[in-house]
Each structure stands twice: as C-alpha cells, then as structure tokens.
Write a protein that binds this ligand. Structure first.
Ligand code: CAA
Length: 247
C-alpha cells in the first residue's frame, strides 16, 4: 500500500500549516499548494514548523489562474499516483464596509475564496471518482454563517462554499467521495491578529469560550473528517467557533 496523499491549498498559511503538520504526523504525503512569489518560503517553513520535507511536494501556482492551476494540480496528482484527501483552505480577506468597498476588493475575495474551488476541486474530484474513494474538506468560516460587518465579500464567498459542499456531496456519494466543510471561528493566526486590537477585544467578548481558537483545534476537525471515523459524514459543516454562533 502506498502512502495516502492529501492536497492542501494555502498550505503554508496560519491554519494550513497546522493542517499540513497533522497530516504528516498521521503518515500522509502532502501536496502543498502555495502562491507563486520570488520569496523562497518553502525551506524556512519546513524548518520553522519542524516538518519533514521528504513528505511534501510543493506546487507553486495561483489558484485564481484557472489554466495554470489546473495544469499544475493535475501534474502533481499524476506524479503522486493518487489523492485521498483535498483541503480547500486558501483564503484571503479584504475587509471594508460595503458602502466603501471597491470592485477589486469584492472580486479578489470571491476569486480566491470561491471561484478557485472549481479550478482546484475538479481535477481532484475526477481522480477520486476513478479511485472510488476520497474526502474533500472545505474551510469555510463562522462569518459565512452569521455574517460580519465589513465582510460582505468574505461572508458571501464562505456561504457559497457551504452550498458547493452540499451539492458536491450529492454527486460524490455513489463513488464513496465524502464532501464536508469546517467552519472555524476566530483563530489565532495572522489573519485575525491583523484586525485592530480594540476590535479583536470586542470580538473575544462575544465568544462564550472567551478566547480565540488554536489552529490545532481547527486542524483536528479536518483530520477527523479525513480519517476512518469520519466515513459516514457527508454534506455537513462542522463548526469550531467557541460558541460564537449556534444554529
Ligand atoms: N456592527 C455595527 N457597526 C459596526 C461594526 C459592527 N460589527 N463594526 C464597525 N461598525 C461601525 C462603527 O461603529 C463605525 O460607525 P460610525 O462611523 O457611525 O462611528 C463604522 O462602522 C466604522 O467602523 P470602524 O471605525 O471600525 O471603521 P474602519 O473603516 O476603520 O474599519 C472594518 C471597518 C475594516 C470593517 C473594521 O471594523 C474591522 O476590521 N472589523 C472586523 C471585521 C472582521 O471581523 N473580520 C474578520 C477577519 S478574520 C477572518 O475573516 C477569519 C474568519 O473566518 C473568522
């Protein structure tokens, strides 16, 4: 039996790093998708995160570039020979009140967080159908469920991911491909620490557990859905938000 393979977008990000690390700990190989740049981030990341580089295939591609990303992802899957899990984790914010939001801020978030799902998921999903097994986990957000002042773009994209999850779950079921979402609350990553301190303090006060999530608490939900115990869950969203939103 060859090693299981997981493809993770935004694999070097705040939550993505921890998801990558936990999959490697569980014996997976990781196809780590990250955005192209001249900065050599890979080596530093492996060192900082204490990750075994022999278990990682880096793919530098922009998930908003449909043709280039489709080609790069298809090539990586073929090189590995299999893909057992996909984690659609890449995401950005461009927070601004809607009355002041530019069309560029709207499109940047919709393109990266939602439109990219087509590009990344289709080659992986088709391979999973042929294999007759697979798990797809989409990282949405509490703010896709409850809405958030300043995030019309982000909330729209994250809510869209949940609809995508349910529809694709119906299409994957007959081939044993389960599709779910994890909806993190406010998590201790650079995306959240970038928010003005007084605003973060205000948000923390609204969280019943009275603290931010740790990235490892989000990754644990992803690993659960990917593992043997998660095999009868599909079309579902697991909320990991400290009680910030219950529905
Ligand atoms: N509800 C109602 N009104 C609000 C509000 C809220 N939650 N937040 C701000 N406002 C009002 C303010 O009271 C203020 O009103 P006045 O003009 O009448 O005084 C007005 O909106 C402007 O507020 P700010 O001074 O904060 O304006 P700003 O332009 O400096 O910033 C903002 C606007 C960028 C949206 C800022 O409020 C902000 O960063 N908010 C937090 C957004 C947020 O939670 N983002 C999540 C990022 S993390 C993430 O996305 C990960 C995840 O999945 C959870």
């Amino acid at each position: 039996m060859s090693q299981k393979v997981v493809l993770i977008t935004g694999a070097l990000g705040g939550i993505g790093s921890e998801i990558s690390r936990q999959f490697i700990q569980q014996g997976y190989r990781v196809i780590a998708v990250l955005t192209p740049s001249n900065e050599p981030r890979e080596e530093r990341w492996l060192q900082n995160e204490n990750i075994d580089g022999s278990q990682v295939r880096f793919v530098r591609t922009n998930v908003t570039d449909h043709e280039a990303a489709t080609a790069a992802i298809t090539e990586a899957i073929e090189a590995e020979g299999r893909v057992d899990v996909l984690v659609n984790n890449a995401g950005i914010t461009r927070d601004t009140a809607f009355k002041k939001m530019s069309y560029e801020q709207w499109c940047a978030v919709l393109d990266t967080n939602l439109r990219s799902l087509f590009t990344v998921t289709q080659p992986v999903f088709n391979k999973m159908l042929a294999q007759n097994h697979g798990r797809i986990i989409n990282i949405t957000s509490v703010n896709g469920l409850k809405g958030q002042f300043g995030q019309t773009n982000y909330s729209a994209a994250k809510a869209g991911m949940i609809g995508f999850t349910k529809a694709l779950a119906l299409e994957g079921a007959r081939n044993n491909v389960c599709v779910n979402a994890v909806a993190p609350g406010y998590t201790g990553t650079p995306m959240v620490t970038a928010i003005r301190e007084d605003i973060v303090e205000g948000i923390k006060k609204q969280i019943p557990l009275n603290r931010l999530a740790g990235p490892e608490e989000i990754a644990a939900a992803v690993l659960y859905l990917a593992g043997d115990s998660g095999g009868y869950i599909t079309g579902e969203t697991i909320n990991v938000n400290g009680g910030l939103y219950m529905h």
